[in-house]
Design a protein around this ligand. Structure first.
Ligand SMILES: O=C(O)[C@H](O)[C@@H](O)[C@H](O)[C@H](O)COP(=O)(O)O
Length: 247
């Protein structure tokens, strides 16, 4: 691994996924050592799926009391419950359903067969976040995971989409350029409350977005990076656009 600032570069996707899983498990264990519980915001996507699989296979996962972890989502595809393309389904199949989590502490965003619109799902999620936070806003997430799209999106906040400017803590998303078109997402404001946000990027296809976001901060990923508490966990291919890194 080589590092420059908040960017840690890993050999390849497999090394990245294993390292992020280990870092995540230790982060949750540290939070529990201090508070007895921990909370994490999960994301969707291919590299996230590899991370989740590594959590399950990790020799150290037992350092976490999984029944004392609150699982939230940064975004969700607005699809019926159990749909394989839902981020909740991906996380459950990859690790949540195989660990002794407390079902009451798993907080999925509403499915399209439970509510009528992404906006309704967002309003329900905002209310659940506020309840967990003692009445308003969002709880103090110990860790917030984000993937990044080739266009620099994070969660379901896409460049030029009105959801990027939304107030509050959760927003309904329409016309997503990444299918499906209807989604639910934490807002940029909610994402930026997290004291630790990790943007995970793998593959050549992300190289330009990573460079653009880090260099100019204009993309959604860059708006998160600008908060200063963001860590970029990337593989060499995704870092290949970073001119100033030697590795
Ligand atoms: O619902 C989603 O699609 C994700 O939350 C999205 O933000 C994802 O993390 C990025 O698009 C990266 O996805 P990949 O890792 O598959 O490229």
């Amino acid at each position: 691994m080589s590092r420059s600032g908040a960017v840690i570069v890993h050999e390849d996707a497999e090394v990245l996924a294993e390292a992020v899983a280990s870092r995540l498990v230790n982060r949750l264990a540290d939070a529990q050592a201090h508070r007895g519980s921990a909370s994490i915001v999960l994301t969707g996507g291919r590299i996230a799926a590899k991370v989740y699989a590594n959590i399950l296979g990790s020799k150290i996962s037992s350092v976490v009391d999984w029944s004392q972890v609150d699982f939230w989502w940064g975004d969700e595809r607005f699809l019926p419950a159990g749909d394989p393309d839902r981020n909740e389904t991906q996380a459950r199949e990859a690790f949540l359903d195989h660990l002794p989590v407390d079902p009451a502490r798993v907080h999925p965003m509403a499915a399209s067969d439970a509510v009528g619109t992404p906006e309704e799902a967002a309003a329900l999620y905002a209310a659940e976040l506020a309840k967990a936070a003692g009445g308003e806003g969002v709880p103090a997430f110990d860790l917030l995971l984000l993937g990044i799209g080739e266009d620099g999106h994070v969660a379901s906040l896409f460049p030029g989409n009105p959801a990027l400017e939304a107030e509050g803590s959760a927003v309904g998303v329409r016309n997503s350029p990444k299918p499906p078109p209807e989604r639910v997402s934490l807002t940029m404001g909610a994402i930026n409350t997290a004291p630790a946000a990790w943007i995970i990027a793998s593959g050549e296809g992300k190289a330009d977005a990573v460079d653009e976001a880090l260099a100019k901060r204009e993309l959604p990923a860059g708006l998160v990076a600008a908060q200063g508490h963001t860590r970029w966990l990337v593989d060499k291919a995704a870092a290949s656009g970073l001119k100033h890194l030697e590795f």
